[in-house]
Design a protein around this ligand. Structure first.
Ligand SMILES: Nc1ncnc2c1ncn2[C@@H]1O[C@H](COP(=O)(O)OP(=O)(O)OP(=O)(O)O)[C@@H](O)[C@H]1O
Ligand SMILES: [Mg+2]
Length: 253
């Protein structure tokens, strides 16, 4: 596939992954190998929400991390739209770390299932930071962070505190606010509603739908069927790699 043509000829295309394989090598455990992904391909365009489905262990989170550049695919290519380039894309699977960091600032947001709290940074600052790093002035960034935390029902008394001691659901809402505040054109969401009650799950679902309607391209994992149905414009099912691998997922070499 000629990536240049694909991104030049389709303005809506945000991400193109082809032939992705990921094998983990466990050096500490006798060189055991875990095959997590075999031959996964996916194109994602603006305004769609692709929901990754499949059994536990099928490789959904692994694929999302490959698309965010956290994991390097063992095989295959992932390209992300970058209109600042003549070619209209960056080949993530060959990009230097500084290019990946730049793409995370300008283009792709990621919400992990758990917040990696930075000690001593207040929740408000944590949420405002993606805006500040994109050049929004600090007062405006904090005001927008406050209104998002308010909408997500994070109690005002918590805003000045670091989220390390928050409940799972409170941490997750801070995490979501941080992931959504900068309106990245590509959003990668790993079970963002997993530890929320029904009311807060609905609020988060509304925020995600709003982002999509404004044109974001979204790839998400949602563990409950209702949220999956509500969010998805398309469902992509990943099969457990072990099923397509006669010797099983766990191989020792
Ligand atoms: N960092 C890692 N090192 C070694 N193996 C890993 C690593 N991350 C994931 N795996 C393995 O890859 C496979 C896929 O894991 P992954 O977390 O992507 O599954 P998942 O589809 O997200 O499952 P779940 O629905 O339970 O979250 C599993 O067998 C897992 O043990
Ligand atoms: Mg997962």
């Amino acid at each position: 596939m000629n990536m240049t043509n694909v991104f030049e000829s389709n303005d809506a295309l945000m991400l193109s992954a082809s032939g992705i394989e990921k094998t983990f090598m466990l050096h500490q455990q006798g060189g055991a190998q875990i095959v997590a992904l075999t031959g996964v391909s996916l194109d994602v365009t603006r305004g769609e929400c692709v929901v990754l489905a499949g059994a536990s262990g099928a490789g959904k989170s692994t694929f999302l991390r490959c698309m965010y550049g956290n994991y390097l695919a063992t095989k295959g290519r992932i390209a992300i739209r970058d209109d600042s380039r003549a070619s209209r894309h960056v080949m993530l699977t060959e990009a230097a770390p500084h290019e990946i960091i730049r793409l995370r600032m300008t283009t792709m947001g990621y919400v992990s299932q758990f917040l990696r709290a930075i000690p001593r940074v207040s929740s408000l600052d944590l949420v405002a930071e993606p805006l500040i790093s994109r050049g929004v002035n600090e007062d405006e960034a904090r005001a927008r962070a406050a209104s998002l935390l308010e909408r997500l029902n994070v109690p005002r008394r918590l805003w000045a505190l670091a989220p390390a001691t928050f409940s799972g659901g409170e941490q997750q809402r801070v995490n979501i606010a941080r992931g959504l505040i900068a309106a990245h054109p590509l959003l990668l969401l790993d079970e963002p509603t997993a530890s929320l009650d029904a009311e807060n799950r609905d609020i988060v679902a509304d925020l995600i739908v709003e982002a999509r309607e404004k044109g974001a391209a979204i790839v998400g994992i949602f563990h409950d069927e209702d949220t999956r149905e509500r969010m998805a414009t398309r469902i992509v099912r990943l099969n457990t790699a072990a099923a397509s691998n006669e010797s099983g997922a766990l191989q020792t070499c």
